[in-house]
Design a protein around this ligand. Structure first.
Ligand code: PRX
Length: 644
């Protein structure tokens, strides 16, 4: 036994046991049929586990009917667990509110009735643009109850980004709040919605009063949550929906400027979320206090705050604030106060805590923690060990979980009671999932240290069912690189000599900044929409804390410069412009104004060379450049401090 093998005591109590691997290997479909019946309550049982005849459009649990909100709420009350706390809602101010499953049932029913009174019916789309408050969870579940797919838009996205998502999904209603607290200050939120809904299909805006700040009001369109939801009946019958009924759309960045609406449906998604939350996080709903620190605006919040843990009847913390507010020990104060036993967070947060120093968590009692999780980007072994030693007391298992918005739920991860851990690697597919690494020609790689592409070789229940409104893009993006039998994940990967899979990051033009997906094309198109910019190239440069950082190179237009901003002021203006177009998270860390960009003879920008510059490396092979002197010019410019 090494340091990183599970202890016998952990293994004995673990939900995910080694036998699951054998069961899944023996019969893939029978395995998933058993999980669906184990973790989900069906109003009508399914007759076919998987219909893959129309590949790559899968149907899971065909003939089955269920209601996701019933599974996440009502059935726990019916089982006698109505008094169990579902959510410890911890406000940014530190105030808290315990919401039991019985409370949640009443709130979800009221919200479902209120949405119906606003004209929302099964199949209608509802956009949700909210801070991390319990009403956001209630809103999602109310939509699920009605069968109205939600489209949650991260509250840090701009009004323009929200508008594009409302338009693409043709949302009928937007749910938001007057404002949100950011580092103790009330900031506006609804005014971004006011601008976003102009001229769209959204005819109603439902507004939670969170901060009490002044908001503009349109009597025809706007309604207060505390008026329509509070006065609604707390009885609402959850109708069964088909297993393949759309549950939500979630937009994510791809390789073009336009975000993709990733579509997830009900039965398969819920099954895999609940199963993975049970076996990977080892969630014991009677005794654990679980905390996933993601925002509900990202897939991790959907799968591991809302659908997985609530389907399992978990008690969880929902935190409105950020890791540094009101102080740098707030995470550990919360773990201590609520006796959090399972913590699921992101490498970028762990690296930030490392930077702040181990003496901060050392001030708190973290002995309640028994499982730690990591998600969103590769975790470097150093950060992994720091996490284990300083948060996990040197003994707590860490589950490094690889998955994507598209996969819906965890795909590669250790099982904490089974796997001997390898710091920095998400190790291997969980039971029921099959992955391989292919080389450029599509041949499977098995030798250690050979770098290839990660592919998934069998359909899985939580897989995306398509790109909203664009079936061709779905096929082209995921099912064409290596032919229709391989799902191409877009990540580079290799095996080590123990057979562990190491994810090496994106191989396409997608960056991963603080665990958030950003597309180079999307930021480039935001930059060129500024009147002063003629051309732009964006790369992800490695960054100690955020994993990658956005670095932009721009060529200015010759015309229109008279009297305009210059130098640092112009750079600042361009950064703000990107913030306004997409959101503050997309603002480049630095912007270089250059005269030329390195291009091939066919005009393709060679981002690889720009990345060398951005990461301060020797510049690589320039022989395919149309003009090889360009890189010298850029390099010289880089030595002058033009960026902030
Ligand atoms: O590159 C991989 C990285 O994040 C991408 C998926 O991003 P997104 O759809 O935003 O979902 C993030 C939350 C699941 C992947 O293609 N990624 C995610 N988790 C890991 C990871 N890379 C390495 N290790 C991980 N554990």
């Amino acid at each position: 036994m090494t340091d990183y093998a599970p202890t016998p005591a952990f293994t004995e109590q673990a939900i995910g046991q080694a036998g699951l691997y054998d069961e899944a290997a023996a019969d893939h479909e029978a395995f998933w049929a058993a999980r669906a019946r184990e973790y989900v309550t069906w109003s009508t049982d399914f007759d076919t586990t998987l219909d893959w005849s129309d590949a790559p459009f899968a149907k899971w649990y065909v003939g089955g009917q269920l209601n996701a909100a019933y599974n996440c709420v009502d059935r726990h009350v019916e089982a006698g667990n109505g008094d169990r706390v579902a959510i410890h809602a911890v406000a940014a101010s530190g105030e808290d509110r315990a919401i039991t499953y019985a409370d949640l049932q009443r709130e979800v029913c009221k919200a479902a009735n209120a949405l119906e009174s606003l004209g929302v019916a099964k199949g209608d789309r509802v956009a949700i643009y909210m801070p991390m408050i319990p009403e956001a969870v209630v809103a999602m579940l109310a939509c699920a109850r009605i069968g109205a797919p939600h489209s949650v838009v991260f509250g840090g996205f701009s009004s323009d980004a929200l508008k594009a998502r409302i338009e693409d999904g043709e949302a009928k209603v937007v749910i938001t709040s007057d404002g949100q607290f950011r580092k103790g200050k009330a900031m506006p939120l609804k005014d971004a919605v006011d601008r976003a809904v102009e001229g769209t299909t959204a005819s109603k805006v439902l507004v939670v009063q969170r901060t009490g700040i002044d908001v503009a009001w349109d009597d025809e369109r706007d309604v207060w949550w505390h008026e329509v939801v509070e006065s609604a009946s707390d009885q609402h019958e959850a109708q069964p929906h088909d297993s393949e009924h759309p549950l939500f759309i979630l937009y994510t960045s791809g390789t073009t400027g336009k975000p993709k609406g990733i579509l997830h449906t009900t039965g398969g998604y819920l099954t895999q979320c609940a199963y993975t939350n049970a076996v990977v996080h080892d969630l014991h709903p009677q005794s654990d206090v679980y905390w996933c620190t993601a925002d509900i605006g990202w897939v991790t919040g959907h799968s591991y705050i809302v659908y997985g843990p609530l389907a399992n009847g978990a008690t969880q913390v929902l935190f409105e604030g950020t890791p540094d507010s009101p102080h740098q020990g707030i995470f550990w104060e919360i773990v201590d106060k609520y006796k959090v036993s399972i913590l699921y967070t992101a490498p970028t947060a762990i690296r930030t805590f490392m930077k702040w120093g181990a003496d901060i968590p050392a001030k708190y009692d973290l002995s309640s923690l028994r499982v730690l999780g990591s998600v969103g980007e590769p975790i470097n072994p150093e950060a992994w060990r720091w996490y284990r030693d300083n948060i996990g007391d040197g003994t707590t298992p860490i589950v490094d979980t690889w998955w994507q918005t598209e996969t819906g739920a965890i795909m590669n991860s250790p099982l904490p009671g089974v796997t001997e851990l390898e710091p920095g690697s998400s190790q291997k597919p969980i039971p029921g999932i099959s992955a391989e690494i292919l080389d450029d020609e599509g041949q499977p790689l098995t030798e250690p240290e050979k770098v290839g592409y990660l592919v998934l070789t069998k359909p899985w229940p939580a897989m995306l069912r398509g790109v909203w409104g664009d079936p061709q893009r779905y096929k082209d993006t995921y099912w064409s690189r290596f032919g229709p039998e391989y799902y191409f994940a877009g990540d580079g990967a290799k095996y080590d000599d123990k057979g562990n899979i190491w994810i090496l990051g994106r191989v396409d033009d997608v960056m991963n900044v603080s665990g958030h997906r950003m597309s180079t094309a999307e930021i480039e198109s935001a930059l060129v929409s500024h009147p002063r910019v003629a051309e732009a190239a964006v790369v992800g440069a490695s960054d100690e804390t955020t994993g990658q950082a956005v670095v932009a190179f721009v060529i200015l237009r010759q015309d229109g410069a008279e009297g305009g901003l210059e130098g640092d002021d112009l750079v600042q203006e361009l950064r703000n412009h990107v913030g306004q177009q997409i959101g503050p998270i997309a603002k480049p860390r630095s912007i270089m104004v250059v005269d030329e960009l390195p291009k091939t003879r066919s005009g393709k920008i060679m981002r690889r060379l720009l990345k060398d510059v951005a990461e301060n490396r020797e510049i690589g092979d320039v022989t395919t450049l149309a003009d090889s002197s360009v890189m010298n010019l850029i390099k010289q410019g880089m030595d002058k401090p033009a960026a902030d």
